[in-house]
Ligand binder design. Structure first.
Ligand SMILES: [Zn+2]
Length: 278
């Protein structure tokens, strides 16, 4: 009994020491349980806690395992959360990329459509330019084949010649009279520029055209004006119409030719010089 008692006492002291060591270890943050268990293991069959050293050790190990498992599980949850977040981020990124790709495709399609439209417009413009060039060429050909000079009117008969004396004129006749029905078109005999379109006393409605060589032709007694000063005319362009304005007894056009805009000359030889025989 005494031996047992002393053994108990000894164990009691040792347990106090173990308790102190455990407290120190706990304060130091180390595995106090492990230290005490190894101390207990070397002290004998009884520990005073009701557990054998091996049982205590197993319990401790199990606790450590549980704690580790717990933390591993927590880690796994964290990992799972991270994975989910990453998956979500990846999905959003993929969706963004898909949207960008769709936009890019649309932009590309639009660009293609635009360039196609541009090409079509360019083609159309080229066709139009060719047509315009052809029309211009045709116009030039027509101008080449068109007469350079025409008579001042059509369906006429001459009623008064140049230098003819008569009661109607203060001086001898200064032009050539082409009588025709009222309203018959009166035409510029050659291309040129209109320098007069106005009433001119005894001449009535008068138009004067200056031609390239400086010669001026004059058309008088007309019923209307079909051009204005500054207009460009071709050979045959209507400048007015047969009328009876000014000093006249019947509908006709009084036609004059004035070299360099000076004194009138006999229109008949001038017209004949240009290939016309009125
Ligand atoms: Zn006359």
């Amino acid at each position: 009994m005494a031996k047992h008692r002393s053994s108990r006492r000894g164990t009691g002291r040792r347990a106090q020491l173990i308790g102190l060591t455990a407290a120190l270890a706990a304060a130091a943050g180390t595995t106090a349980v492990g230290v005490s268990s190894s101390a207990i293991g070397s002290s004998g069959p009884s520990t005073g806690t009701g557990l054998s050293p091996s049982q205590a050790s197993a319990l401790t190990a199990a606790r450590i395992d549980r704690r580790d498992l717990g933390s591993r599980d927590a880690s796994r949850i964290d990992l799972d959360l991270a994975a989910t977040r990453k998956a979500r981020a990846d999905l959003v990124a993929k969706q963004r990329a898909a949207k960008l790709a769709a936009t890019a495709t649309q932009t590309q399609r639009r660009a293609l459509a635009l360039s196609a439209a541009k090409a079509a417009a360019a083609k159309k413009a080229a066709v139009q330019a060719r047509a315009l060039a052809a029309a211009k060429a045709a116009e030039i050909e027509k101008a080449k084949s068109a007469p350079k000079i025409v008579l001042p009117t059509t369906g006429y008969h001459l009623t008064a010649r140049f230098n003819q004396a008569g009661g109607r004129w203060a001086h001898n006749h200064t032009g050539l009279d082409f009588a025709a029905p009222m309203g018959t078109p009166v035409r510029s005999v050659m291309a040129g520029e209109v320098i007069q379109a106005d009433f001119e006393g005894a001449y009535g409605r008068q138009v004067k055209v200056r031609h390239a060589d400086g010669t001026v032709t004059s058309y008088s007694h007309m019923s209307e004006f079909d051009v204005s000063v500054g207009d460009t005319v071709e050979a045959g362009t209507q400048v007015g119409a047969i009328g009876m304005t000014g000093n006249t007894t019947g509908p006709h056009v009084h036609f004059e030719v004035l070299p360099d805009g000076g004194s009138p000359i006999n229109p008949e030889p001038w017209l004949q010089d240009h290939g016309l025989n009125p």
